[in-house]
Ligand binder design. Structure first.
Ligand SMILES: [Zn+2]
Length: 456
């Protein structure tokens, strides 16, 4: 007799964005086909969910998988497998640090082909707003960019330029015409360049000097510029990797005035702080930099008060040699973390608030991005949605171990941090992208076009 379903996960604590309830979840042909207290029928694969949590597959809207061109830094095959091992079913790749950067249709299609060949999760692609690519942006929108990314300060890779306020405003005007959001890396070029030059001129290069070169004032100045431009153009603004509660507050105030802005933060600003840079060294170098413990706690409170829209890893890896220097300015800035977006959040929520707080994690790691970027078929466990599911066990804390990292280069400042949450199984449209039960991995990533894309 033929089975009615491909999968049934039985009696898991199903986490919606509102509540946690014991349910069976059945999957057929890549979609969620039934949810109920007891789903009748049989499946090719039945999974015992008792004592476990079933989350919507997470969405990480901010990763740098560096392909094409810098596969020796990460690559889509390793990056997407690490993402799936953390419960992820969809990533949005940033338009830099791949080579070429994703700033025209040709480079966009090249990256799309690369991801279609090796991704085990679904994917969307950002296009870049860089000086001189005005004429390429419509093509990027039509090719299916999920949005545009712009920097207000130097990027760390010379091939992806930064824009000044006038160029950002112009880019936002175009993006508003396409109905696409603009993600802004907000640090002031003026402040960062001046402070960096002054410190470098005195031969300084410690982690403390690096922090001094990128103060909160630099982030706030740029955030205000971006918010002004969004207000003037009506563009949807997405503030990436917000590092401090002061910035959240500014964004909230502008939102109350009608600016269409969302706030993203990353686990590293929540679970690490600048006091730990001495111990962690360049592994924890990022921009904006880690802030004080007080600010990290304030950011956590803002998250609990639902002033943060979504969480992203800003996974930005590099070969170990690029971190191995005593000059903190010269070290590559970027944190490897896409494997622990959900686990790190769950660990802290479980420790402080208990599992009744898990719906917040489902919103921050799945539904928040699905809503902001208009992905109707993902982000929640609901009948008809893509069967993107993550089965999670929450038990005794265990330290995150290097041997478990699936990155091309298994390094991360999160190694050694305790984690109560471990991912047992990740499905992408009903196919296995990660399994601790020994299932063969069959998931193949599919491109999700933005709203102007043709979906081909
Ligand atoms: Zn980034």
């Amino acid at each position: 007799m033929a089975e009615e379903f491909d999968w049934i996960v039985r009696q898991a604590a199903v986490v919606s964005s509102e509540s946690v309830s014991l349910r069976d979840v059945a999957v057929r042909e890549g979609r969620i086909a039934a949810i109920g207290a007891g789903v009748e029928g049989s499946a090719r694969e039945e999974v015992n969910g008792e004592g476990r949590y079933l989350f919507p597959g997470t969405i990480d809207p901010h990763v740098h998988f560096d392909e094409p061109g810098r596969e020796e830094w990460e690559g889509i095959a390793t990056g997407s497998r690490a993402l799936a091992a953390g419960g992820g079913s969809l990533f949005f790749d940033m338009p830099l640090n791949s080579l070429p950067p994703t700033v025209d249709v040709e480079s966009f299609l090249e990256k799309k082909r690369a991801a279609e060949a090796t991704a085990v999760t679904d994917f969307a692609l950002w296009g870049g707003i860089v000086p001189g690519n005005q004429k390429e942006r419509e093509g990027l929108a039509r090719a299916g960019a999920i949005g545009f990314k712009a920097f207000l300060s130097p990027t760390g890779t010379p091939e992806f330029g930064w824009v000044d306020r006038a160029a950002l405003r112009e880019g936002m005007r175009q993006a508003a015409d396409f109905g696409l959001p603009v993600a802004v890396h907000a640090e002031s070029e003026r402040i960062v360049t001046e402070l960096t030059q002054r410190l470098r001129a005195h031969g300084r290069g410690s982690w403390r000097d690096y922090l001094a070169s990128r103060p909160l004032a630099a982030e706030i100045e740029a955030v205000r510029q971006a918010l002004d431009c969004a207000g003037e153009t009506g563009c949807r603004l997405h503030l990436v990797h917000v590092s401090a509660p002061e910035v959240v507050e500014i964004a909230q105030a502008e939102r109350a005035k009608g600016v269409d802005v969302t706030v993203e933060t990353c686990p590293h600003y929540l679970v690490l702080c600048e006091e730990e840079l001495e111990r962690l060294g360049a592994l924890a170098k990022c921009a904006p930099p880690l802030r004080s413990r007080r600010q990290s706690e304030g950011l956590w409170r803002a998250l609990l008060q639902e002033q943060i829209d979504l969480l992203a890893s800003d996974h930005s890896p590099c070969p170990p040699a690029a971190k191995a220097t005593s000059d903190f300015f010269a070290a590559w800035g970027g944190i490897s973390g896409c494997q622990h977006l959900l686990p790190l959040l769950l660990d802290r929520l479980a420790a402080e608030s208990g599992s009744h707080a898990f719906p917040l994690a489902a919103r921050l790691c799945a539904l928040g991005s699905a809503r902001r970027f208009g992905i109707a078929s993902k982000g929640a466990i609901a009948v008809g949605n893509d069967a993107d599911l993550a089965l999670v066990e929450v038990g005794e804390p265990k330290p995150i171990a290097t041997k478990d990292l699936l990155y091309r280069h298994p390094q991360s400042p999160y190694v050694g941090l305790p984690s109560r949450a471990s991912i047992l199984l990740t499905l992408v449209r009903g196919e296995v992208a990660f399994s601790r039960f020994g299932h063969p991995l069959r998931a193949r990533g599919r491109f999700l076009p933005g709203p102007c894309g043709l979906g081909q």
